[in-house]
Write a protein that binds this ligand. Structure first.
Ligand SMILES: [Zn+2]
Length: 221
């Protein structure tokens, strides 16, 4: 037992409204996990956002901040997963949310957007876990203005290049390699400890911030 009761503290109210505090800033910030397999657990809640792919409606499940997937380290992994289909043009299609729901053992119907939403709600209610690979890559998009580092309100932020200069089309991955079509992929630079760095400059001068993504969802155990 501490000496708290010996201090004869006054019972004056402290002028902090704990339900309405300003956001905290500063500190090094959470650096996302290095590439590899990790186990994740479902958060307590999620936000869904509808999105249009052409004329088709799909949903994005936003696992962000306190609703990020819980890692074994206790950190949260922020990501968005959708039921937008992916796959070869004429081949069968998959979707990140479908892979996730299979990995957590959801056996309900997955046809409509609502089905996907209910599947995610089920996984949250059951506090399911899954394994996935954290992938680091970046594409310096030649169709979009690049980003540059700029001082905004005394803090360094990445903003859209005011000059409108577009990206250079270079790709970055966990290691350097040459794709089947001959395109070269550059290695993401590493720090002194051999870890991939999350923020660096592209050869074209554009500022890059990697947001790792989850791929290869599997069941735990
Ligand atoms: Zn570039």
């Amino acid at each position: 037992m501490s000496n708290l009761n010996e201090l004869n503290l006054s019972d004056e109210a402290v002028d902090v409204d704990v339900d309405n505090m300003p956001e905290q800033f500063g500190g090094g910030g959470f650096i996302d996990p290095q590439p590899g397999d990790y186990v994740f657990s479902m958060p307590k809640d999620v936000t869904f956002k509808p999105m249009l792919i052409g004329n088709a409606e799909r949903i994005n499940a936003e696992f962000i901040g306190g609703n990020g997937f819980k890692m074994e380290s206790g950190e949260r992994f922020t990501t968005r997963l959708s039921n937008m289909s992916r796959g070869r043009k004429d081949g069968p299609k998959g979707a990140a949310l479908a892979y996730l729901l299979q990995a957590v053992g959801f056996s309900g119907r997955l046809v409509t957007n609502l089905d996907y939403g209910h599947g995610v709600e089920w996984a949250i209610e059951k506090q399911k876990s899954f394994k996935a690979y954290v992938e680091w890559r970046f594409y310096c998009n030649p169709n979009k203005p690049r980003r540059i580092a700029a001082e905004v309100d005394g803090r360094t932020k990445l903003i859209e290049d005011p000059a409108g200069t577009k990206g250079c089309g270079r790709s970055f991955g966990e290691t350097a390699y040459v794709k089947g079509n001959g395109d070269k992929v550059n290695a993401i630079p590493t720090n002194g400890s051999g870890e991939l760095t999350q923020s660096f400059k592209c050869v074209c001068g554009g500022a890059i911030r990697i947001f790792p993504e989850l791929i290869n969802f599997r069941s735990v155990g």
